[in-house]
Design a binder for this molecule. Structure first.
Ligand SMILES: C[S@@+](CC[C@H](N)C(=O)[O-])C[C@H]1O[C@@H](n2cnc3c(N)ncnc32)[C@H](O)[C@@H]1O
Length: 281
């Protein structure tokens, strides 16, 4: 046992530390903490402070803002992300894929970006939907590539592994879907290889330039922009419109909306859901 861990004083986050930490987090990840969330910083960072042998927030902030500490920075951002997700989240979105978007796919390689994929339920659900569509429509949608990115390295490792506890594998899936897409695993269930093989996982920060990712037919950017300030959200959506092919689609979370003043998209309402189609075709 780490002796220091047993004797250290509880982590405290003063108003001044909180302001400095908020600035660091927003600048590096886009994530904006609201007022009065000092308790969240303390609870999320306690373990890391111990792991890195840091005594207080001032020491942490000094390390984060001066010198080269990429591992610590990544771990802090990782600790501050919220990774809530589940299978086939927002059912109308998946109906839209099958009823509208897949039938429109005309070219060989169909590229989908799951832009904040968390532990993988979103891209695997997309892959399952595409797999079923191909079975029902032989010869169609033969080459699908799902690029799945997240800022958090640890959550991406979970996603890449594709192994879920019985509890996670029950959130949004029924017995039939579980036996169709998973094999039993000592820890619960593992996603089948034919569902995994269409997906490429990659660490990526949405505040960075998208050029290296290529162009997409569809982007899922759901339940992540809510953590960013309006200007960052607007900038990300604007840049997404430029990496979508003409007529491509953007999915936002069901409680999110397109910022006013962004005219690159038109809203499409179908199957009980809303998606945004990039203009230009
Ligand atoms: C609530 S989850 C959403 C998961 C999934 N899209 C869904 O709707 O179920 C939000 C994810 O956004 C990721 N995230 C936060 N800031 C990010 C950033 N700047 N770049 C990329 N991913 C980020 C977090 O790590 C987290 O996994």
């Amino acid at each position: 046992m780490n002796h220091a861990a047993t004797t250290r004083t509880p982590l405290v986050c003063s108003a001044e530390d909180y302001t400095a930490f908020k600035q660091f987090l927003c600048k590096t990840s886009g994530i904006e903490l609201g007022n009065g969330k000092e308790y969240l910083v303390v609870s999320r960072l306690n373990g890391l402070m111990r792991q890195y042998g840091l005594a207080n927030m001032k020491e942490l902030l000094t390390k984060l803002t001066t010198g080269h500490n990429p591992g610590l920075k990544a771990d802090v951002i990782d600790a501050m992300t919220t990774n809530e997700t589940f299978w086939f989240r927002d059912a109308p979105h998946f109906r839209l894929l099958t009823a509208k978007i897949f039938p429109e796919a005309s070219h060989q390689r169909f590229r989908i970006w799951s832009a904040a994929c968390s532990s993988g339920q979103e891209p695997y659900s997309i892959s399952m939907q595409a797999h079923d569509y191909r079975i029902r429509n032989p010869g169609k949608l033969r080459d699908v590539e799902i690029i799945s990115t997240d800022i958090s390295a640890s959550i991406l490792n979970e996603a890449r592994r594709g192994v879920y506890s019985a509890l996670s594998a029950s959130r949004g899936l029924d017995d039939k879907q579980r036996s169709r897409y998973f094999t039993p695993h000592p820890e619960g269930y593992e996603v089948k290889p034919e569902i995994k093989k269409q997906i490429h996982f990659q660490e990526f920060n949405l505040t960075r330039d998208f050029a290296s990712l290529g162009r997409f037919d569809v982007i899922f950017c759901r339940n992540v922009l809510i953590y960013f300030p309006p200007a960052v959200k607007q900038d990300i959506i604007q840049r997404m419109s430029r990496v979508l092919r003409p007529g491509g689609y953007l999915f936002l979370g069901s409680t999110e909306s397109m910022p006013a003043g962004l005219d690159a998209f038109e809203m499409v309402t179908e199957q009980g859901g809303i998606i945004y189609r990039v203009k230009g075709q």
